[in-house]
Design a protein around this ligand. Structure first.
Ligand SMILES: Nc1ncnc2c1ncn2[C@@H]1O[C@H](COP(=O)(O)OP(=O)(O)OP(=O)(O)O)[C@@H](O)[C@H]1O
Ligand SMILES: [Mg+2]
Length: 248
């Protein structure tokens, strides 16, 4: 299987060349871990290689995401203008959103006239956009808030599975971010980690008074990968993994 370049320096080395094509991979991390940066680097590297990307924003609007990334100087607007990177604003799906009366926005265009708040509706809309716009890479950032609408674990599991299966069937390579609910190394696994085909964990912890950032490929079905904790940094140029270094 041909690996898909991750767009993050050093990460391809942990994965034996890149993400497995067509798979749905979960990026789990605490607040500020760099999930949005990692997802953007993935879409950007695709866009620069003429693989169209779709960024689905669930918590922050595309404008907010772009503002936060502005300091990296990536010229996201240009990629969007050239049609290589599309943004779908799905913030109206959030519980308690002030935008609940409007539909999903693809760029500046409202593509759904009547808001229907189900996950199934979002999944169907995504499948349609992927086909119509010939999308090859997709980022969902984050999946956490739409899954909060399911109190019952069994319903939540079903919705999550439907979401992941639909992304896989679309043929796209997908990254889905989710919040790490505990930052300890010895932690309980989260439901979505069992259901996705690959899991990348972004840890932040304090060791001898220093904050340490470490990344770990927890699983990648069908691929031999490095499962060690490896250090990473976020600098003025973006997020970089140090694949040969050890954390402790
Ligand atoms: N120009 C920069 N130089 C160095 N570090 C930066 C820069 N810009 C952002 N950062 C770091 O990146 C972090 C934010 O990364 P990002 O938005 O990708 O995190 P996230 O995991 O998506 O967080 P959240 O869960 O809140 O969405 C900041 O907390 C900061 O530590
Ligand atoms: Mg984020």
């Amino acid at each position: 299987m041909q690996p898909i370049q991750t767009g993050t320096k050093g990460l391809d080395d942990l994965l034996g060349g890149g993400f497995p094509k067509g798979k749905c991979i979960l990026v789990v991390g605490s607040p500020g871990a760099g999930k949005t940066i990692l997802l953007t680097q993935f879409l950007k590297s695709g866009a620069l290689a003429d693989e169209r990307g779709l960024y689905v924003t669930m918590d922050e609007t595309p404008e907010q995401i772009k503002n936060n990334l502005f300091s990296f100087g990536w010229n996201i607007d240009k990629l969007e203008e050239d049609g290589k990177l599309l943004f779908l604003d799905a913030t109206m799906m959030r519980q308690g959103s002030l935008r609940r009366q409007s539909g999903l926005l693809l760029g500046h265009e409202e593509i759904t006239s009547e808001p229907r708040m189900t996950v199934r509706f979002l999944v169907e809309t995504l499948s349609r956009i992927i086909k119509e716009e010939d999308i090859q890479r997709i980022a969902i950032d984050p999946i956490t808030s739409i899954m909060l609408r399911y109190d019952q674990p069994s319903r939540r599991r079903r919705a999550m599975l439907m979401f992941f299966e639909s992304l896989t069937q679309s043929g796209c390579t997908s990254l889905v971010s989710t919040e790490l609910r505990t930052s300890m190394l010895r932690r309980a696994f989260q439901l979505e980690e069992f259901l996705s085909q690959g899991v990348i964990l972004m840890h932040m912890f304090v060791h001898s008074g220093n904050v340490i950032r470490a990344i770990q490929v927890e699983k990648m079905r069908g691929t031999a990968h490095d499962a060690q904790l490896r250090p990473y940094q976020i600098t003025s140029t973006g997020l970089e993994v140090y694949p040969k270094d050890r954390v402790f």
